[in-house]
Design a protein around this ligand. Structure first.
Ligand SMILES: N[C@@H](CCC(=O)N[C@@H](CS)C(=O)NCC(=O)O)C(=O)O
Length: 230
């Protein structure tokens, strides 16, 4: 029996991030699916912000809000401390950079990528309608390039963002950009070669392999083809 429960859906990049951290430390966990369109009351009690993921550590409390943490960043911080995972770099400055790049991925990148590209492609199809490709195209061509420029510079020719070793910054950025890769593809290799390679490496990383294959199973029926937004 696993001590850890993750509540969410694999198609959330924030859930993917938490699963990646657990997998990197080979921690077994139970996954409880939550439908974000219709969150049950018991779930809202442990997710006051009405968001996934939430994590329960049964060694703290098996029921109620007591043994739970909401928000992927809070969860990953907890797991890093609990498991001694070393995902915040080696110095105080590294830890600050990791936290900043995680925040950049989770807000600056996630907002347009999730709300103005991924959802406009996926959500209409869930009810038999056509994707809103105008919105997705505008985000892809007018919003994301500036964010990709910043991330390409932040990589600075390295394979990883901080201390040139895998950290939560890579996981956070990678979990967002794998979302793009699921429905559109990698960042353009000609414009952002470092970021394209980084996304490819993260897409193939064993820590998110199971999550991505669950996403592909689900998306395969709804968005079977990669969509050209250029
Ligand atoms: N800052 C939160 C963001 C989580 C988030 O936005 N999750 C989305 C799914 S990707 C969600 O739960 N959305 C609920 C909704 O749209 O009603 C975190 O890092 O966990």
């Amino acid at each position: 029996m696993s001590e850890i429960i993750v509540y969410g859906t694999p198609v959330s990049p924030f859930v993917r991030k938490v699963e990646a951290v657990l997998n990197l430390s080979s921690v077994p966990y139970e996954f409880v699916n939550i439908n974000i369109m219709d969150m049950p009351d018991w779930f809202l009690e442990i997710s006051p912000a009405k968001r996934i993921p939430v994590l329960r550590d049964k060694s703290i409390a098996e029921n109620g809000a007591g043994g739970t943490i909401a928000d992927s960043s809070a969860i990953c911080l907890y797991l890093d401390k609990k498991l001694n995972a070393g995902l915040y770099g080696e110095s105080a400055f590294d830890a600050g950079r990791v936290a900043w790049l995680e925040e950049y991925a989770d807000s600056e990148l996630a907002l347009p990528l999730g709300m103005k590209l991924f959802r406009p492609i996926l959500f209409p199809r869930l009810t038999g309608k056509e994707s809103d490709l105008d919105t997705a195209r505008q985000t892809y061509n007018e919003v994301l390039p500036k964010l990709f420029d910043y991330l390409e510079d932040a990589l600075n020719g390295n394979d990883f963002f901080v201390g040139n070793k895998l950290s939560l910054a890579d996981i956070a950025v990678g979990c967002q950009l794998t979302q793009l890769n699921l429905v559109v593809g990698l960042p353009d290799n000609n414009r952002w070669p470092g970021l394209a390679k980084h996304t490819e490496v993260m897409t193939n990383h064993p820590c998110i392999a199971d999550n991505l294959s669950a996403c592909q199973n689900f998306l395969g029926r709804i968005v079977p083809e990669k969509i050209d937004l250029s």
